[in-house]
Design a protein around this ligand. Structure first.
Ligand code: GLY
Length: 433
């Protein structure tokens, strides 16, 4: 099988890396990929947001499967264009990806499916939004309906701050059209976990859960980021809970979509809050999580290419549940100094080979580029160093040992990724976005 992966971040590096290790995969291509991906896949300089160009590239290369990594190409219709051209694709249509691109749509589908989620109001009227704030009470949760580059969610204890967020979105249009509709919802109290389900639209394979660390600083301090690290599995998410999520979340949502004439093919990512009253869906994403993928895939022993191709060919029903390495995985994100604010780029990175040479360690590139002989920084989140270990403590010790080999000026990373993993979750619920 020849597989084209669309995207160029750490998640796509992990996807390419796992696909390249498959006996059924002859060649992995990546559009556009990155410096790390170039070591295991052939790069094609194609704009992921140009659905026609992605389709042309897939046809030129005569690939057997396209795997779309990020949400933006899906929302731009990459999967639709590929399917129309007869190319097997792992990734939902733009219509199905509305589960991520429109939070109010996701809420409607969840209501139709009877899926547990926070009570909410959606609309574009300021006075109604303010009334909804008072109805749901503190902590106040205000969300832009559309994609807002990870900045569209405000959780505020202060009523004034929440009102300012409402006015900024609806009156000042700080999120443009993405914030023209707002969601105001009740706060879900509990730890947050990420659970991915592979689906062909009918059958569902739920993968083992991961947890990411969204704040930039140790003890969940500082601003939100794209994710500063993750670990898998999550002890609090038992096999019984996974089974419950399949029956109470994933299958009903896919059924509600089918009833609307929409088939969801790809990975459905449920961001869940484990409340005292049971798991509730905080949000859906139409793609794998980043950096969760970088800790889930190193543990996957089943053939990833076969799983994704079965989804694309609508043959997932005949596939056995995934087999997992029993060892936990911990991933630490190395970020540029200043991230998630302003940060410099072009800084030489050393120690990559030394870190990658460690047994059961993988170094996934996100914000890097080549500059002559050097690999230099090119983004906020630069690398994710993932390590397997016999225990979670062992995995994190090895991840940090590998991270310590790598240097660039201003490098910052959290020192407490997976430091307090227990079945009862010590992380503060308020630390999440
Ligand atoms: N780790 C959060 C996300 O991928 O959206």
């Amino acid at each position: 099988m020849r597989v084209l992966v669309v995207g160029g971040g750490g998640r796509e590096h992990a996807l390419c890396w796992r696909l390249a290790s498959s006996v059924t995969v002859e060649e992995v291509l990546c559009a556009p990929g990155n410096v790390g991906i170039a070591e295991i896949a052939r790069r094609r300089q194609i704009d992921p947001l140009d659905a026609a160009a992605v389709t042309r590239g897939a046809l030129e290369e005569d690939v057997d499967l396209v795997v779309v990594g990020p949400e933006a190409p899906l929302v731009a219709g990459a999967a639709d264009a590929l399917a129309e051209a007869g190319v097997p694709v792992f990734g939902p249509s733009a219509d199905a990806a509305r589960l991520e691109s429109s939070k109010s749509f996701a809420k409607r589908v969840m209501a139709e499916a009877g899926v547990p989620t926070a009570a909410s109001w959606a609309g574009g009227d300021v006075s109604e939004a303010l009334a909804a704030l008072d109805r749901f009470g503190p902590p106040y949760v205000v969300k832009a309906d559309g994609l807002a580059a990870g900045k569209g969610v405000v959780v505020a204890h202060d009523r004034g701050q929440a009102e300012a967020a409402v006015r900024a979105a609806l009156e000042q249009r700080v999120f443009g059209d993405a914030g023209a509709t707002l969601i105001v919802e009740s706060f879900l109290d509990g730890p947050e976990v990420s659970v991915f389900a592979l689906t062909d639209g009918d059958s569902v394979l739920v993968l083992q859960a991961a947890q990411d660390f969204k704040r930039v600083g140790d003890r969940d301090e500082g601003p939100n980021t794209g994710g500063m690290g993750a670990y898998c599995p999550v002890p609090a998410v038992s096999p019984e809970l996974i089974e419950r999520l399949r029956g109470e979340v994933f299958e009903p949502v896919l059924g509600a979509l089918r009833a609307r004439g929409v088939r969801y093919v790809g990975v459905l990512y449920a961001g869940l809050v484990l409340t005292p009253h049971g798991p509730q869906v905080l949000e859906f994403n139409a793609r794998f999580g980043d950096p969760e993928t970088q800790v889930v895939l190193p543990r996957l022993r089943s053939d990833l290419a076969a799983l994704l191709a079965a989804c694309a060919h609508r043959e997932l029903g005949g596939i056995r549940p995934p087999i997992w390495d029993h060892r936990p995985c911990v991933g630490v994100v190395l970020a540029s100094g200043g991230y998630p604010g302003k940060y410099p780029t072009g800084l030489p990175i050393t120690g990559l080979d030394e870190a990658a040479a460690m047994a059961d360690v993988a170094v996934f590139h996100a914000g890097t580029r080549r500059d002559g002989e050097d690999i230099v920084t090119a983004g906020g989140r630069v690398l994710c160093v993932s390590a397997l270990g016999d225990t979670i403590e062992d995995a994190r010790a090895r991840a940090y040992q590998a991270a310590a080999c790598i240097h660039f000026d201003g490098v910052q990373y959290r020192r407490d990724i997976a430091a307090r993993v227990t079945a009862s979750f010590p992380q503060a619920a308020e630390a999440r976005s």
